[in-house]
Design a protein around this ligand. Structure first.
Ligand code: PEP
Ligand code: MN
Length: 383
């Protein structure tokens, strides 16, 4: 499991770690220099999953402008998982975005998936481009896009790849920075999983947190729409991202979500979006040393994330224990098998040492888990 393998600072190193983290929070402010948002507020990019018609696109943009948003998103070419679905209006939609820029003065952002998209986006004056999750997973495609952007001064946001591979995400960011793009940001939109979860794409928050540690200068945005896959989850996921000090949000909004040609379940009207945004608490930094406050809060959030994973791992272990219990019952085996138990503890103590955990902690932890396992199996046997 790589879920909790991030090494936490030992007490003696904590001071140095905190000092570095303070520098992190300072450097995060570099998004302020991008000219996309009001100082001190997270950047909010909003707009429909897809530009569908001139009317729908402009209508949505007008309403978003009305609620105070300044950066509009829309998919022009849509990377659909299966063919024969709506694949975007294509170049025609770029003209609608030009109207949004000239009539409403909003900045516009679109997804590019290949070099042709880049040229068309640049020709039509798009302000920001993003690389979609499926494209980030393909280094050839990312390199071609990066090469086509050499010498161009445009912000590029890189969504996480569909698979939870941090290095692939970092690699895509490096390819763009390596091509001389000075404003590269990251979008966390969650990761594909076979398991049935409440999310369309599971967050795995520890990955973007590690990304931020490795690349503190890269602004980080959250895409709660693709992560949650449903309107109901947007608020909760956005709040979580803000609590983790993300620099902004990219949220899907459509003037008539129920009729949307793609991702209708996860889009909200601009009015609903306004309510969601108003309901978000932006951490009020009141202490004399604000960066320290943010740092401690960051660390606490990370501990909470680890604890959640720890509990779900223990649950998974108990489910297996119950299966073994039923097997033992069917085969008339005893519950407690001393040799197996002593092997488990010995191996845990050895592995624990490799992870810098004291023997005392490992033995106590395993005693408690073992006791719970015996209780569970006893219940099954007596049923
Ligand atoms: C999108 O933003 O509309 C999109 C296709 O997202 P993703 O690349 O995250 O699936
Ligand atoms: Mn979408």
């Amino acid at each position: 499991m790589n879920n909790c393998t991030h090494s936490y600072p030992k007490q003696t190193k904590l001071k140095k770690y905190l000092k570095n983290r303070i520098m992190d929070s300072d450097s995060k402010n570099q998004l302020e220099g991008w000219g996309l948002k009001r100082p001190g507020r997270p950047l909010v990019i909003a707009g429909p999953c897809s530009a569908e018609t001139r009317e729908q696109t402009l209508n949505t943009a007008k309403q978003l402008k009305k609620i105070g948003l300044e950066v509009f998103r829309a998919g022009i070419w849509k990377p659909r998982t299966r063919p024969n679905q709506f694949e975007g209006v294509g170049s025609e939609g770029l003209e609608w975005l030009r109207s949004i820029r000239s009539e409403l003065g909003m900045k516009v952002a679109i997804e590019v998936g290949n070099v042709k998209h880049v040229y068309e986006a640049l020709r039509s004056g798009v302000d920001i481009i993003w690389i979609g999750a499926r494209t980030t997973a393909n280094p050839f495609a990312v390199q071609e896009i990066a090469d086509s952007l050499r010498g161009v001064d445009i912000p590029v946001l890189v969504k996480n790849p569909v698979n939870p591979d941090l290095n692939l995400w970092i690699g895509a960011i490096e390819r763009l920075s390596g091509a001389g793009i000075s404003r590269v940001g990251a979008i966390h939109r969650g990761f594909t999983t076979y398991d049935k979860t409440r999310y369309r794409n599971i967050p795995q928050w520890e990955l973007p947190i590690e990304l931020r540690e490795k690349m503190p200068e890269i602004p980080l945005l959250c895409d709660p729409s693709h992560m949650g896959g449903s309107r109901e989850l947007i608020s909760e996921l956005s709040q979580k991202a803000l609590d983790l000090n993300y620099n902004g949000l990219i949220i899907e909004s459509h003037c008539n979500p129920d009729e949307a040609k793609s991702d209708k379940e996860q889009q909200v009207t601009p009015i609903q979006l306004n309510l969601i945004l108003k309901g978000l608490a932006i951490r009020n930094v009141t202490t004399e040393d604000p960066s320290l406050m943010i740092t401690l809060e960051d660390l606490r959030q990370r501990i909470d994330l680890c604890d959640t994973r720890l509990l779900s791992l223990i649950e998974e272990r108990m489910n297996v224990v119950q299966k073994i219990g039923r097997y033992k019952k069917e085969n008339r085996l005893t519950i407690f098998q001393p040799s197996r138990w002593s092997d488990v503890v010995k191996s845990a103590v050895t592995k624990g040492r490799e992870h810098h955990l004291s023997d005392e902690l490992v033995i106590n932890l395993f005693k408690a888990i073992h006791q719970e396992s015996i209780n569970n199996q006893t219940k099954i046997l007596n049923n």
